[in-house]
Design a protein around this ligand. Sequence first.
Ligand code: GLA
Length: 372
Amino acid sequence: MKNNYDYKVSAAGRVNLIGEHVDYCGGKVLPAALSLRNTVYVKPNGTDKLNLSWTDIPDKITLDIDKLDDYRDVKYANYPAGSALMWQRAGKKIVGCDMLYDCTVPFGSGLSSSAAIEVSTIAALATAAGEEIDPVEIALLAQKAEREYTGVNCGIMDQYASACGKKNHAILLDCKTLEREYVNIDLGNCTLVIINCKKPHNLVESKYNERRAETEEALEKLKTKKNVSCLADLTPMEFACIGGVLEGKVKDRARHVVEECERVRLAVQAMKAGNMVELGSLLNASHASLRDLYEVTGKELDTLAAVAQAHPACLGSRMTGAGFGGCTVSLVRKSGAESFKKQVTEEYFKATGYRAEVYDASIDDGIRVEKL
Ligand code: GLA
């Protein structure tokens, strides 16, 4: 079936090592692209239609290139349609195509299956129309699709990592300027373990948008004390001086953002110095802040992180992504990794009744295009 196509175009899911819920506050983040990917097999079909099909669901949906705005409520097709629409609105050439989707990023896992679908859709359409592939431009259009078409007011981290990732590297991305630095992921005798808590996601979108609004409210109030353009402009020390203008939850949310930005800075230093113990303790501190100040974890993610942190081979563990379900990422000594996976999933099951899933994934490139 896959042989009937001209190109195989894929984009990555991502894991964020640290820097959570700071991208939309102008902070730096440290994601890495994964070998879990969405692949689009594509070929031009000479019509004005995009014929979508999937390897794992029987649906077949046809999108009219001239009516791409009409598919917002069509399950499965909304992400491809929104992405195609943003590409078209950017003045790019779009041609009718047959497109077969094959996604190995688990849905609702916090590993950015939606970004992988958006980015690979645009890269596939660009390839089919003979347009240039500019990964940063594609990431920005994919983010626009998520915000304007599906209504999640997301930052740039996921789409950027999905498009611009690099094998064996994390991306230190400044979300204010879009400057980036690739940081070699050399974890010495340690490895990363990604585990899905398998709690069904709900209300993620509304809670996500609510957190965003709270950080905006905090920024407006802080601006009355200091001339800043985003929360990430503040150091923890500066925040200690002027944070008194905020109160309650809004103050907690802003404090998380300011301190998480500082942890990103320290984590990159620790990675470059090969100090895994320090990196691990920063991951733990990030989780605690997301639990206590930002309140985006929930019982299942907290239990999973706690049983992970208690394992002797684990140097640190935290939730990754938007939260409210999804995955943790843990820094684990290679020698104890198998025992870690077994014991953590067993203890988590005993505590919650959910069967956690461990993913076997490596750090991979972003967009990849292959001629078939
Ligand atoms: C989601 C969003 C990202 C980012 C993370 C939290 O994955 O899409 O932009 O805000 O949540 O760090």
